[in-house]
Design a protein around this ligand. Sequence first.
Ligand code: CA
Length: 248
Amino acid sequence: MRILIVEDEPKVTRTLVKGLEADHFAVDVAENGEDGLQLSTEIDYDLVVLDWNLPKLDGLTVLRKLRKSGSVARILFLSARKEISDRIMALQAGADDFLVKPFSFDELAARVSALLRRPTELLDKISVDDLVLDRMRHSVSRAGKLIGLTQREYAVLEYLMRNAGRTVTRTMVVEHVWNLGFEGLTNIVDVYINYLRAKIDQGSSNPLIHTVRGVGYSITSSEGNGQTSLGVRSFQQTNGRPAEQSTP
Ligand code: CA
């Protein structure tokens, strides 16, 4: 997996390069918009981390030109602007996700993982161990037994399962399950995780929902049996997508 970082602040770039390389990504850096556009047009990156404020050419212009040229790279847009209208502008210009500065590396890494896992969005059924979410029927079952969930519980679970095996932060859950106008606290996510645990994991010798301290949550079958990735991988094969896309 190859990532391009387009960012002019050396401190931010250093942190990103160090962290992403430790996560086994191949990382290139462009320090201004012109170089960023040129590199990302020439090289088929899996993901571009693109800052808004850049010398020579701003990130939004780079983004628009890149999409106009037909690039399908995932684009994670960075900006110190936190207005909803700015976010919308970036998403409409073709960004896949938006992260407000300053951010923690954990938050960025979680978003990168989620973006690179996008093919699972096409799944009709997602399974993690014996937990199955059926999007066509809008139903959830564990070990063959149907579980009744509210709309919101279902949405939180679906987001976790779409990112099975990866950690998602509270902010990511809120952004995907609630809407942009949501102004409450992200600990609403903890409340829903508790509801889901009570319905899915309570009394089970194999709890699937895990707390990742200081970062967020992940859904994954008990360590070592590898069944989480099996479910996703087998689908990706039948869907004709590269099976190993999710493991950089
Ligand atoms: Ca900048």
